[in-house]
Ligand binder design. Structure first.
Ligand SMILES: CC(C)(COP(=O)(O)OP(=O)(O)OC[C@H]1O[C@@H](n2cnc3c(N)ncnc32)[C@H](O)[C@@H]1OP(=O)(O)O)[C@@H](O)C(=O)NCCC(=O)NCCS
Length: 254
């Protein structure tokens, strides 16, 4: 029973006093909606997480191992996000948005050396994304992900049919997604993969191997079908393209 309790606490916080403080702040402020809630969490959560500025954290955000969560300036964390920042933790860069119901879980209960999730500046992590960071996930700057994207830096070992899969351990090599990548809706990135700068991964693709820079890859397993070449640029120029206020604002501040 004591062992179970210790295991539970180790997953929640880095020490018992921190667990008490963190739970108190979540109980007082975690549920409060509106700008008032965002303001109070911005002030008080700075006591338990590392944040360069005042973070914009909506109500209903669940944070475990808060000490290992590091936020840049102007980070936005939407309603229902779950951040489990076991060592080495989660880093989220300046002006990055994490949209609702996304789950970022470092899952380092085996002391894996490279575990962690690092997301760069100006990224947009779409709705209900799932990241499993056992092998380490490194995401560059200006990366956009659609809804339901999964980035899974772990595999179960299953070679011995006489042993339970859950008892055979895991492998965890890590995933790197370079700058200016767009992962479209529902795509899945498997462990050990690097997606090169400027690439686009189509909706529903399963990425099992490295993707070179400036490629468009689609399907399962994902295959490069073309590059971001002059012809693609010409078609894009002919299309009706819409920009939002956020894009205009971020251009003004560059
Ligand atoms: C990847 C994508 C951007 C490519 O668009 P595009 O440059 O216009 O590509 P094309 O339509 O010329 O397609 C090239 C080829 O790939 C195929 N293809 C395109 N997208 C595909 C996908 N998601 N899955 C499988 N095949 C796909 C096309 O059928 C075509 O095959 P063909 O040459 O045999 O006819 C687009 O298809 C896509 O998946 N968009 C995602 C939309 C989305 O997720 N929106 C949410 C916003 S985050």
């Amino acid at each position: 029973m004591i062992d179970m309790l210790r295991y539970f606490l180790a997953g929640q916080a880095t020490s018992l006093p921190r667990y008490v403080l963190e739970q108190l702040l979540f109980a007082l402020f975690g549920w409060l909606p509106s700008l008032i809630g965002i303001g109070l969490r911005g002030l008080f959560y700075k006591l338990i997480i590392k944040s360069a500025g005042l973070p914009f954290i909506e109500n209903g955000v669940r944070i475990l191992q808060a000490k290992n969560l590091r936020l840049g300036r102007g980070v936005y964390i939407d309603y229902g996000v779950y951040l489990h920042a076991c060592p080495v933790g989660i880093d989220i860069g300046d002006k990055t948005f994490i949209m609702h119901n996304s789950i970022l879980h470092v899952f380092n209960f085996r002391n894996l050396p490279h575990a962690g999730i690092r997301i760069g500046r100006n990224c947009f992590i779409g709705e209900a994304n799932v990241m499993r960071g056992q092998g380490g996930i490194t995401i560059g700057n200006d990366v956009y992900t659609g809804p339901l994207v999964q980035i899974l830096a772990v595999n179960h070992v299953y070679g011995d049919p006489d042993q339970l899969i859950r008892e055979q351990g895991i492998t965890a090599e890590g995933i790197t997604i370079e700058d200016d990548v767009w992962l479209a809706a529902g795509c899945i990135v498997l462990d050990g993969v690097r997606i090169g700068k400027g690439s686009v991964i189509g909706a529903g693709a399963v990425v099992t191997e490295d993707i070179p820079s400036y490629s468009i890859a689609v399907g399962s397993p994902a295959r490069v079908v073309k590059g971001r070449d002059a012809e693609t640029a010409k078609r894009a120029a002919q299309a009706s393209i819409f920009f939002g206020e956020l894009e205009s604002l971020s251009k003004q501040h560059q």
